[in-house]
Design a protein around this ligand. Structure first.
Ligand code: IMP
Ligand code: MG
Length: 426
């Protein structure tokens, strides 16, 4: 019975929700290990669309125990809104567990996100504005609030006061209203009794589950290229969506992991600012955006679009030690005469097949394309690799070769069933 990490291999929105949901059907536990409600997962089941932000995608599979790990930052208001929404649609959320070490996103950190972006002027990161960055910053600064603090009102009130005082000065300086620490504390405490039954030692629960032979899926938010250490800094999120984050974000050791699955789109998208070598800032990119429905689940923003970048994919394979790639949205590429795939970059006139070591090089990287033959047949009903047109199979084979990793499954449509599973993992 395996322990499987599922993470984003590009800049997010690769379809991790669907991938996790699909694997989740044969899973006992799904552990979200990083990020917060900056994520947006869309899962379509029986034609019904579910948009999840904070809750693990596994919540939609019957019999799965969804877990929010210590690496996650939790906005309590969003948590209970989402639970309410799911419950009212008939989804059983009663098994949800939360780490007592997970950090809380207090309302003032949503304001800090805005204040920080404002202060950056034209160098904005384009954050989701959910208070994610300021909350991880507080964690590192050791002024963060944790789930366990909800059960010690006196100490919580002290912590809120200490953390809020310097932030109120910033709010005042940029023309925003300061917040009353007593009100912030009272709001947080109002959730305490509802959270209490969910709180647990995630590391213990997960390790004991693995000891019993249960199947555990570790679900990453965001993606490799948005990783605070390995992504396109500073245009990144503030957590580790890479494989290492699954370990620190849940309290599990590397020797317990069996498979690491990178979810990648058959092309590339990115939301927010930052370098993107294969971006199509033209009508071809606009057509790809419309065809792929590339608009954010969390912010509604139009996603930037471009061709598949094999340099990024190879990098993601290395950084995460990928054993498998779950390739999504292949159907969106139907109808092109030829499909360009970026096989290398040209930086300062020099060809490189690896990620440039410094950010400046990546910002200047020009994509070197290989043109692969396209296909015109509708592939959305294909359920086996053999049913795909020759050109689509050749596209997959070339991506595998360039990425140095096998493609485990191929998405050919939005529904749970619209997937070709070549190598079952569970
Ligand atoms: P933050 O995570 O809200 O701080 O945003 C930092 C950067 O990560 C911005 O460019 C966001 O657009 C991007 N980002 C955060 N979460 C996601 C996600 O789930 N999918 C895609 N991009 C994301
Ligand atoms: Mg998303």
């Amino acid at each position: 019975m395996p322990a499987i990490i599922v993470l984003g291999a590009q800049w997010g929105d690769e379809g991790k929700g669907k991938a996790t949901d699909q694997l989740g059907q044969n899973t006992d536990y799904v552990v979200k290990f990083n990020g917060g409600n900056n994520a947006g997962h869309t899962v379509v089941i029986d034609g019904e669309k579910y948009a999840l932000h904070l809750l693990p995608a596994g919540i939609l599979s019957e019999g799965v125990t969804p877990i929010i790990g210590n690496g996650v930052v939790v906005d309590l208001e969003v948590l209970f809104d989402e639970l309410h929404e799911m419950t009212s649609r008939g989804v059983d959320c009663s098994r949800l567990l939360i780490s007592s070490n997970a950090h809380i996103i207090p309302s003032y950190n949503r304001l800090m996100d805005q204040a920080n972006e404002r202060a950056r002027g034209k160098n904005q990161i384009g954050t989701t504005g959910r208070g994610i960055g300021p909350t991880y910053a507080d964690k590192m600064n050791r002024i963060g609030l944790r789930i366990q603090d909800l059960f010690d009102p006196e100490s919580l009130s002290f912590k809120v006061e200490a953390a809020l005082a310097p932030k109120n000065e910033i709010f005042t300086a940029v023309g925003m209203d300061p917040l009353d620490p007593a009100l912030v504390t009272a709001e947080l405490l109002s959730y305490a009794e509802r959270v209490r039954p969910m709180v647990c030692d995630v590391s213990l629960v997960v390790n004991e589950a693995l000891d019993r032979g249960s199947t555990v899926l570790f679900e990453g938010g965001q993606a490799t290229m948005l990783d605070i250490d390995h992504g396109t800094y500073p245009f990144v999120t503030s957590s580790n969506p890479t494989a290492g984050g699954a370990l620190t974000g849940s309290g599990v050791g590397p020797t317990r992991i069996d498979r690491v699955v990178g979810v990648a789109k058959a092309y590339t998208t990115r939301v927010g600012e930052g370098p993107f070598p294969t971006e199509l800032d033209n009508e071809v990119g606009e057509a790809l955006r419309l065809k792929g429905g590339e608009f954010g689940v969390t912010t509604g923003r139009a996603r930037r679009t471009g061709w598949f970048d094999a340099v990024v994919m190879r990098y993601a394979t290395r950084i995460n030690g990928l054993t498998d790639i779950c390739l999504t949205k292949l159907d969106v590429l139907t109808g092109y005469d030829t499909i360009p795939v970026c096989v290398a970059y040209e930086v300062d006139g020099v060809r490189t097949e690896e990620m440039p070591v410094d950010q400046k090089g990546f910002t200047q990287a020009l994509p070197v394309y290989e043109e692969l033959p396209g296909w015109s047949e509708d592939i959305s009903e294909c359920r086996s690799f053999e049913e795909l047109p020759d050109a689509a199979r050749a596209y997959i084979a070339r991506l595998e070769e360039l990425s140095g990793c096998r493609i485990q499954s191929i998405g050919v449509g939005a529904g749970r069933e619209a997937t070709i599973v070549r190598y079952p993992l569970i």
